[in-house]
Design a protein around this ligand. Structure first.
Ligand code: XMP
Length: 202
């Protein structure tokens, strides 16, 4: 059986912030090449685990956009893809009430489902999503997250496939946003404090 090397614990290092982003980004937490290396490892393990199974990838909108694209192109087995929209309406960087903004289109009954999300934080989103999906009769149900902030968990939940463990910091980039901005950064980083105190228009 193929073993996935454990998720490495990332700490803020002294990595240079690329010039176009230096005004707003305080630090690079995970550079682009490290993201790709780990996603390659995840894809090899998921391919080994799911090859030959009738699989549906369920990606949560919208933060998974880059992770999903890079992961999917490396999954070497036939699969189906569907999306669920789930938003947490809190203020700023705090999560609040969960609202489903898009439901599944495909049937998952009797199929092997892998839920892909950007980040596991309090666990509220994935606890709710997995409870909802398990009622639809999948053959199996697992979760894959790029980032995990274990210190923030408010209840029991562990993902089956984890890219990186990160400290308790609000992160942006590589699909993750603050007020719908910064999703296009090619790395995962931390914003400068002044960004949070400026008025934003979405
Ligand atoms: P929960 O708390 O439900 O959080 O596990 C999951 C969702 O909250 C968002 N989230 C973040 N988004 N930077 C972000 O851009 C962060 O550091 C962060 N922490 C949580 C995200 O949408 C995730 O799916």
């Amino acid at each position: 059986m193929m073993i996935l090397p454990p998720a490495s614990r990332i700490e803020v290092a002294d990595l240079p912030v690329p010039p176009p982003h230096a005004g707003e980004v305080d630090a690079v937490l995970i550079p682009a090449d490290q993201l790709q290396e780990r996603i390659h490892e995840l894809a090899r393990k998921i391919t080994a685990d799911y090859a030959g199974r009738d699989t549906v990838i369920v990606a949560l909108l919208s933060g998974t956009v880059m992770f999903l694209a890079d992961l999917m192109r490396r999954l070497e087995f036939p699969l189906r893809l569907d999306f669920m929209g789930v938003s947490s309406y809190g203020s700023g960087t705090e999560s609040g009430q969960l609202v489903y903004t898009k439901e599944l289109k495909l049937s998952i009954r009797g199929r092997h489902v892998l839920v892909v999300d950007d980040i596991l934080d309090t666990g509220k989103t994935l606890r709710s999503v997995t409870a909802k999906l398990s009622e639809l009769g999948p053959a199996s149900l697992k979760t894959c997250v790029l980032l995990d902030k274990p210190e923030r968990r408010t209840g029991q939940f562990e993902a089956d496939y984890i890219g990186f463990e990160i400290p308790n910091l609000f992160v942006v980039g590589y699909g993750l946003d603050y007020d719908e901005r910064y999703r296009n950064l090619p790395f995962v980083g931390v914003l400068k404090p002044h960004v949070y105190s400026e008025p934003t228009c979405v």
